[in-house]
Design a binder for this molecule. Sequence first.
Ligand code: HEC
Length: 208
Amino acid sequence: MKKGFLVTLLISAGIIACQPASQAAKEESQKTVAKATAQNKAKKSSKEEKFRRALGAQDKWQQACSNPVQLAPEGIDVAQFIKEMKATIKYPADGKLVGDWKKGESLALLPKEYKALYGKKGGSKKGNCYACHCGDPRIIACGNIGPSLRGYGNKGIDPKLTYDRIYNSWSQVPCSTMFRFGYHGLLSPEEIADIVAYLHDPESPINK
Ligand code: HEC
């Protein structure tokens, strides 16, 4: 009986002695868990936002564009529409709206189009501009949903307008069928600047 009491006493003393250290460790691990949870939440919500924009719920203007009744002139406030779309446009950190036309060409052309022109790997599936536009006269299998971009750089158009058009076509043509490349995160601001160069540079095959 006495021995049992002693053991209990020793164990209790041990627990008490360890308490401050384990308490601090517990608080530390709780902090780490809280931090990780907050980080995960932020990551998840930015992923959800991306997904929502790419495929998910329609915003109010997307709904308006999908609804022929609302598309009636009295049903859509065009000035407000354009104002809100302009506000979504983000520019490259260095402020350069005209990048490298060769990089832009590689973003605008599909890999198979690039290979056909240059016999080597290049191109991307990000822009797919030739699905809807013509431009480089060597690409004859091109689309006519959008106007031809042949000689686009010789027309004296402000490159900022070109940038905005590619970033969010709805900032200029409400409900346009042209992808909103920047708005939907299909192309980064720097990539859009490279495509602007592809359309404007006198050396680009678009203008030669
Ligand atoms: C799904 C079809 C589609 C795709 C893909 C597309 N566009 Fe367009 N684009 C259009 C249409 C349609 C127009 C006509 C105006 C409008 O509705 O926005 C247009 C207009 C333009 C204009 C204005 C032309 C002018 O003369 O005023 C530019 C510049 C342009 N597109 C560039 C591009 C580039 C660069 C790409 C690839 C990164 C691209 N587009 C991909 C459909 C498309």
